[in-house]
Design a protein around this ligand. Structure first.
Ligand SMILES: Nc1ncnc2c1ncn2[C@@H]1O[C@H](COP(=O)(O)OP(=O)(O)O)[C@@H](O)[C@H]1O
Ligand SMILES: [Mg+2]
Length: 341
């Protein structure tokens, strides 16, 4: 009895909450199944490591302030045929951050720009990085106000420090007169520190000068973003209205890459929902993180970096499900690992 109390205390002292939660239950199971001491210990420690990785991802997702959680696995490339998943390969691996691969997603409303931007940032989080999502207009307003009161230098770091910065909806609303100037500060600092940026916009690069009210600075911004990055154009109908039967904008499945942009009706369609550009219904109200109205996230997907989550992956591969380990005690306990003592 005394030993059990001491063990609890020591586990608490060593900050091993998962081991503390599971050791006794696993002990019964180990006895029943004749598990070796080594396997018992290995499973407990693996569960602790997996739980920590899971907690870190959840914390980073909260910090990233995504408007919704979207993963690349949720993206329907058979609907959005103007892009192939392979094209996004380098944005979904560790080279996004290590090689500062920026990207600008350009396209009309509903083509999945924000979804893809979030997917990239989310994958970076899974790969052990930190990300931040910010609405362009909010960012520019905040920086502009900070500039007015002389505190720009204090505000900038929060947008420069994250490994990945998503700036959503450039050009959807009319930006402030000093937009180019303040945006340049963020872009330039990140460029100098070799940190990637992900932009979404409905305006082609040639219009950024007008949108940001300074064509020279807009060019300097795009130069820096595209030096190690690329512009990816999304075309086609809005995914938001895919359920409307017999609509004229039925997606052309199998449409060849590089197909001509859709006709001018795109412009009219953007406004039909009665919302100003980029203001999704519900966007303003804080919602719990969700995956684009589909199923919930499965954390701990394979990562390309050899970090703590790799241990999890090893164990998860033994498990038949991809549940978060925290909610699946002993997910890692497989037949293969059970050896008689
Ligand atoms: N190809 C797609 N596959 C799955 N979901 C999509 C796709 N395109 C868009 N969506 C979903 O439709 C909604 C609108 O997409 P979003 O990325 O916000 O569009 P955009 O930023 O281009 O206006 C989101 O909930 C997103 O998850
Ligand atoms: Mg968007």
């Amino acid at each position: 009895m005394t030993v059990a109390i001491d063990l609890e205390r020591m586990l608490r002292r060593l900050h091993l909450p998962t081991v503390r939660r599971l050791y006794s239950e696993l002990e019964c199971r180990a006895e029943k199944e004749g598990m070796s001491y080594r396997d018992y210990l290995e499973i407990l420690i693996a569960e602790e490591v997996a739980h920590r990785a899971q907690t870190r991802i959840e914390r980073s997702v909260r910090r990233a302030r995504f408007p919704f959680l979207a993963t690349i696995e949720d993206f329907d490339f058979t609907f959005q045929t103007s892009i192939r998943q392979q094209l996004l390969g380098s944005y979904l691996g560790p080279e996004l951050v290590s090689e500062a691969r920026s990207v600008v997603f350009l396209g009309p409303s509903g083509t999945g720009k924000t979804h893809l931007a979030i997917s990239i940032a989310y994958r970076a989080i899974q790969n052990g990085c930190e990300a931040l999502f910010v609405d362009a207009d909010h960012l520019l307003q905040k920086l502009s106000r900070a500039g007015e009161v002389g505190s720009l230098r204090d505000v900038l770091p929060q947008y420069v420090e994250p490994d990945v910065l998503v700036i959503d909806e450039v050009g959807y609303l009319s930006h402030r007169p000093d937009a180019a100037n303040v945006l340049f500060q963020v872009v330039n600092e990140r460029y100098l520190k070799r940190r990637p940026m992900v932009f979404t916009t409905n305006k082609p690069p040639a219009s950024w000068g007008r949108v940001l009210h300074d064509s020279d600075l807009a060019e300097a911004i795009l130069d820096r973003v595209l030096e190690r990055g690329r512009l990816i154009e999304l075309r086609g109908p809005s995914y938001r209205r895919r359920h409307i039967p017999g609509r004229a904008d039925e997606p052309q499945r199998g449409e060849a890459e590089g197909a001509p942009p859709p006709p001018a009706k795109e412009e009219g369609r953007k406004r039909r929902d009665g919302q100003p550009f980029g203001r999704r219904a519900g966007f303003a109200q804080p919602e719990p993180v969700r995956i684009s109205g589909k199923r919930r996230s499965e954390f701990l997907e394979p990562t390309a970096l050899r970090r703590e989550t790799d241990v999890t992956r090893e164990y998860q591969s033994d498990s038949s499900s991809k549940r978060p380990v925290s909610s699946a005690p002993f997910a890692s306990l497989s037949k293969k690992r059970q050896r008689p003592r």
